[in-house]
Design a protein around this ligand. Structure first.
Ligand code: ZN
Length: 432
């Protein structure tokens, strides 16, 4: 057998014998122990663990890396939207491209193979976010898959003309219809916003991905739209094609209020994408004591069979002043906050950043480390799959469509001296 790439001695399942993975024409053609093949390129993983490439189902590239230009002072959602709105009015194409590339390069280095980006589509910045992403989608084609959402951050009814811009974004090549139904003046406009999103998605036969119910609690109905969206999904038969980001107000519901909503989400096959970095940072701001975590009820959704995924959302701006576009950092944070600590739960978190995230953006058919699938995977500098989330190890090799895109060499020497002092030298060299 002649193949393009042969990966030897990789750990795919803890406690099982190491495997070789043969890859040809971008696909996995064999997974066995001791594959005999002539390969153009060979990697000896030497027992290191591999997982399918990470997927970021929810990211804002056009608004990334704005943290030092106009820092937010209070840390509320309203302030973040306002401050970012001021900066959005001055967006320049080259600047958006530069900041987006910084995030994309970091994501690639960290083993991410696909991103669903949500550029703002509104009267403030027009289509600059969509246009720059269309350019970057081609530029990064060999490194990761980019999906583009037409995202009306400033509302649709509240901001007349936005729907036309969204229509234009879809015609230009956006893949997904976005929504932000809480950013309207009242519940009736919120419903009309959701209806407009579904109508646009139906016209373009496109999936839907909305920012929804982003509040500490659901007393204002604009922040309690999940059931309405789930019923709409069933009515329009958009099952399996709707993802919702944040959905934090569900976290405030009592179990008997929450259960019917979880059943509806499950029935409508809606994915929930939790965004812990942003949700933790902006949530619970009015709480003088016992501040709420402001997270969607990850455990109840998971137990109810809902497809839960997570993502970075914003990188270094008023919504989230931190971030490295590293799915393992966010996953580790989520595991703490959602209290997913048992071995099964830790594995579930890893799946929320890989398999579930792929499913949330509709790429599950070709995804995973299995024969016949597209070869998108990460080999990490650790020796157990169970340690990946804990160690957050260097991504030793990243493979996208069968091509090695990143090689990270990591050397760390601790020199112990007899006097008790230690010198640590650390060197990481990563090339996408
Ligand atoms: Zn977002």
């Amino acid at each position: 057998m002649n193949v393009d790439l042969l990966i030897n001695n990789v750990c795919l399942e803890d406690g099982e014998p190491l495997k070789d993975i043969a890859i040809d024409a971008g696909r996995i053609v064999a997974i066995e122990s001791g594959i005999e093949a002539r390969a153009t390129e060979t990697i000896d993983a030497a027992g290191r663990a591999a997982v399918p490439g990470f997927v970021e189902p929810h990211m804002h590239l056009d608004k990334a890396m704005l943290h030092r230009r106009l820092p937010a002072r209070f840390g509320t959602l309203e302030e973040a939207i306002r401050v970012t709105g001021i900066l959005k009015g001055k967006q320049k194409r080259t600047d958006v491209l530069e900041r987006s590339r910084a995030v994309l390069d970091a994501a690639v280095r960290n083993g991410t193979v696909a991103i669903r980006a949500h550029p703002d589509v509104d009267l403030i910045q027009g289509l600059i976010g969509v246009e720059t992403l269309l350019e970057l989608r081609d530029e990064y084609e060999d490194l990761l898959d980019l999906q583009i959402v037409a995202f009306p951050q400033e509302g649709i009814l509240k901001s007349a003309g936005t729907l036309d811009l969204m229509e234009r974004a879809m015609r230009l090549g956006a893949d997904v219809v976005g929504g932000c139904p809480y950013n309207e003046l009242n519940w009736s406009d919120t419903k009309a916003h959701i209806d407009a999103v579904f109508a646009l998605a139906q016209r373009h036969d496109a999936p839907i991905d909305m920012h929804v119910d982003f509040s500490d609690e659901p007393s204002d109905q604009r922040f309690a739209a999940t059931s309405y969206i789930a019923r709409k999904t069933l009515e329009t038969d958009w099952r399996g094609r709707v993802s919702l980001g944040h959905v934090t107000s569900l976290g405030a519901l009592k179990p008997d209020e929450l259960q019917p909503i979880i059943e509806l989400l499950h029935k409508a096959d809606i994915s929930v994408v939790t965004l812990p970095a942003t949700d933790l940072y902006l949530g619970g701001r009015q709480d003088a004591s016992n501040p709420r975590r402001g997270l969607t009820p990850v455990k109840a959704l998971y137990q109810g069979g809902v497809n839960v995924a997570y993502s970075s959302n914003n990188i270094r701006n008023a919504f989230t002043p931190f971030g490295n576009a590293d799915m393992l950092v966010i996953g580790n944070m989520l595991a703490h906050v959602a209290q997913f600590g048992t071995p099964e739960h830790q594995l579930a978190i890893l799946q929320m950043g890989t398999r579930n995230a792929a499913s949330a953006i509709g790429m599950e058919r070709d995804y995973g480390i299995a024969v016949g699938k597209q070869a998108d995977l990460v080999i990490l500098d650790t020796y157990k799959v169970a340690d990946v989330l804990l160690d957050i190890p260097p991504r030793a090799w990243v493979v996208k469509r069968g091509r090695v895109t990143v090689v990270t060499r990591h050397e760390c020497h601790i020199h112990r001296h007899c006097c008790g002092h230690a010198t640590v030298s650390n060197h990481t060299d990563s090339q996408p």
